[in-house]
Design a protein around this ligand. Structure first.
Ligand SMILES: C[S@@+](CC[C@H](N)C(=O)[O-])C[C@H]1O[C@@H](n2cnc3c(N)ncnc32)[C@H](O)[C@@H]1O
Length: 204
């Protein structure tokens, strides 16, 4: 086994969130990032239609599926496959492909989304500037999609990485939403540049 894989496995074994996720039948420790934000900001409770971008293996969709009322629905999209979840319509494909964005729009139909959440993590090259540009580029795609589908007053939760372009992106959000907040849930490793931006109250 490669040294890096061994390190990753050791970290997984020691991680209390991994253990908790396994015991609670969540597919990923990422659920605790969403649940902490949701408990604080009551995101899911007021949502009816949710879009989950970068959804696989599916813990965010699992969590949202439990919280939504019976008529609630989730459109989830990912490059990778995802095991079925109640209330979730899954689209497999690359979100940077217009045909996949179109498939998400078609799945929504006439309906608008109350919440778009994106935990998407583009494939990284290891070259910091290139990767940051990729991340911001993906975030712009998510924002374009969001402005097409979000209901007035709706919310966007998106994972970003601290670095160039992040401030400008937040400025854009501030023009489109009533409130923009940054969240760093406990399950997000402190050494990671990852953080979550929550934009609330879409102005249309
Ligand atoms: C951190 S994981 C998401 C975890 C998920 N929130 C959960 O709770 O299970 C990020 C996901 O983004 C997906 N992804 C990366 N690039 C993508 C792309 N271009 N189109 C669609 N999904 C993508 C990856 O396949 C991966 O499953």
């Amino acid at each position: 086994m490669a040294k890096q894989d061994k390190k990753w496995l050791q970290r997984q074994e020691k991680d209390p969130y991994v253990k908790q996720a396994r015991e609670s039948s969540y597919r990923s420790r990422a659920v605790y990032k969403l649940s902490e934000i949701d408990k604080r900001d009551q995101l899911i409770r007021k949502a009816n239609t949710v879009v989950d971008i970068g959804a696989s293996p599916g813990s965010w969709s699992q969590y949202a599926s439990e919280k939504l009322h019976s008529q609630g629905r989730i459109i989830a999209v990912d490059l990778l496959t995802m095991e079925p979840i109640k209330k979730v319509e899954f689209i497999q494909g690359d979100f940077t492909e217009p045909s996949i964005v179109k498939a998400c729009l078609e799945a929504l139909g006439e309906e608008k989304a109350d919440l778009v959440m994106s935990d998407i993590a583009p494939n990284l090259s290891g070259v910091r500037n290139t990767d940051q540009a990729r991340i911001i580029n993906m975030a712009e795609l998510v924002l374009d999609f969001t402005t097409d589908v979000l209901i007035e007053g709706g919310d966007l939760l998106i994972k970003l990485f601290q670095g160039e372009g992040m401030e400008q992106y937040q400025k854009e959000l501030k023009q489109l939403f009533q409130k923009v907040m940054v969240r760093k849930p406990k399950a997000s490793r402190s050494e990671s540049r990852e953080l979550y931006v929550l934009a609330r109250g879409y102005k249309v």
